[in-house]
Unconditional design. Sequence first.
Lengths: 132, 275
Amino acid sequence: MRVRFSVLAAAAGLLALGLPVLAHHSGAAVFDNTKKIDLTGVVTKVEWVNPHAHFYIDVKDSAGKVTNWNLELASPSILVRNGWTRHSVKEGDTVTVTGSRARDNSNFGIAQTIVFPDGHKLNFLSAYEDGK
Amino acid sequence: MRQRSIAGFTIAGVALAVVSLLAQAPAGDAAKAKGAKGGAPKGGVGLYQRQPPAPTGPAPKLSDGTPDLSGVWLGGGASDADISRALKPGDSVVMLPWAEALVKTRQSKDDPESNCLPAGIPRGSPYPWRIAQTPGIYFIVFEGNIHSWRQIFMDGRKHPEDPDPAWYGNSIGRWDGPAWVIDTVGFKDKFWFDYVGHPHTEKLHTIERYTRTDLGNMSIEVTIDDPGAYAKPFTTVGRARLMAGTELMEYICQEDNYDLQHISGPAQGPGGSTR
């Protein structure tokens, strides 16, 4: 049991990093973990749908150009069981999102962590990771 | 074996693989591993980090003495990442040459699971499922891919002589002591056993054994016998845990399967591992 506990503890640690856990397909088949994203923008839409919830943010670059990003979460059922609600991210919120970009380089990514201006955090499957 | 792992996702894959173990681990281990802060209850399981711990106590029985398996369960009888990962000691998965060749050409975008089609047997998911026992027929109702159900006839009937192939086949059940034994034939050859693409044929015959070992836990063994694709039968081992205090939720995969258009690459596990 000691070995198993070590493995479980390692898993908990990895989960704390917000690594992708996708339910019905391989995360590696969609997202490229070597293409990191770090985006700050304003939420324009939330889609509370299956198999994955999504939200969209407008990101303005230094030249003032605005790009809309589609950011993926786990399924609503997983999110709800882990403390999210469909109102956890709302249109108009300013958020900073880190994660990985789609392999096809579209403006689509997995939202591994979501940080709000007051410092509270969510991740792609849970509202509990920051312990607040 | 191909080696096309993407470095970062290899770690993620380990996470997911172990998450699957977490989903099947006793509540105490899961609770310790999580170390969740904040309000109770702790004892989360798998992806569900603050579900109450599994209840303790003896396995219950119905009024007629039949084991009571009813409830919402999380876990499954095999690794959904790679069916060869969780086998009965001494068993191995030996594909026939055509099956081995097929796995090497399969693409993730073609996985029926990714296309919101049924997962089949014994492929699990991180979503819970419910057993409902009614006279003469039991049901397994799945939250996850794809909000589907199985019916297991418990009235002593035999399989049809020539069943029309079906995603979940034709299932008849019986009790072997405390074990609920499901015998299934008549499969379509469509579903994959796992993310890496282990195939099967219409010759597939599965025997599942569900044993509620105590109030909160169930052991699951599934014998896979498919002489059309494998050189010999093999048996997978897994566990499920009672998800106390939760109900199934809606998961209509077809609603917005946006990812499918972005999937590329060979059939691979969550971390990019292939066969």
